[in-house]
Design a protein around this ligand. Sequence first.
Ligand SMILES: [Mg+2]
Length: 384
Amino acid sequence: MAVERTIFHVDIDAFFAAAERSINPDLIGKLLIIGGTGGRGVVACASYEVRPYGVRSAMPMSRALRLCPNALVMNSSHGLYGKISKSFMAILRDYTPDVQVMSVDEAYMDMTGTEGLYGSPEKAGQAVKDRVREELKLTASIGIAPSRLVAKIASDERKPDGMFTVQAGDEAAYLAPMPVRKLPGIGPRAAEKLARLGIQTLGQLAVFPEGPLRREMGNQFSRLIERAKGTDNSELSSETKSKSISSETTFHADSTDRAFLDKMVADLSQSVGRRLRRTGKHARSVSLKLRYNDFTTLTRHNTPNVSFDGDARIVEIATALLDATLKQRNVPVRLIGVGVENLSEPAAQLSLLDSAVKDVSTLSSTLDRIRDRFGDDSVTRGPR
Ligand SMILES: [Mg+2]
């Protein structure tokens, strides 16, 4: 039998609102909503204080303000969230290299076999929570389970500032009383269909005969029966399997400043390079994405002859793509993205010609180790 895995799902509570409060304590306790204030504005994050009024993220701001007229609305400050997010992920990576980032404030950690280092999973979880609180002034909730699926549900259930462990073998019993909507992948429509079959809870779904469910709901839903029992063998770090890795950033203010754009391309290239090296693979192509202030988006690709995994190569190719793209259209830019594509196992033998490439790769790995130990800002290469 396979070793039971220990998966953490770590999720910061009401992230954008908490991030604003971490730099401005006057906002603590206020009826805070983060999101667009314009006519078509949407709630990006509802603080716990406004949730009793029924305010939820993704709701039109006009509706949120009808529900909670005294709310204080603030625009998102993405630069701040990105910065905090980096520090958050760095804390998680201090405990395991197997971190799968799901969004700015949410990640899975594979903590299997780390008891010797950190003690019980709960002790490790508490250590992570303490560091997030002390270093970032934020609270996180953690679900601990043998699978990503159950860990995610457990952290959601215990928000805010919670931690809960579902032991191997207890998954089905833990999920059984929950409404079907708690299962990721079951939206309002699917829940309605299930309700028509008399299925309200995950326990009812778990024992429902597969044939009739498939007939009613279609093939993809037969998988739901297994998931409703808490069965999920998916591995962490889908990055390893994905064919591309990319990173993008939206600027505070649109920019035509070439030095700034070069710096952004270099930063994104290094972050992508680091994630690429973590997969142990090499890439064949680099992509650059530019979104202009009028929201038109251009994406360009370049595929050199030799595969690579070093930062210098990615920066060089992405910068050349930036040159070409700006030549075509030079108006203010609001978003830049860099990606590497066509990932594959590195060639078994490097030819003599490739030894230069290998040196660059070794240097990048060394920088990765320094950054892993001392943080992302400890080493920065120039934009070119
Ligand atoms: Mg969150």
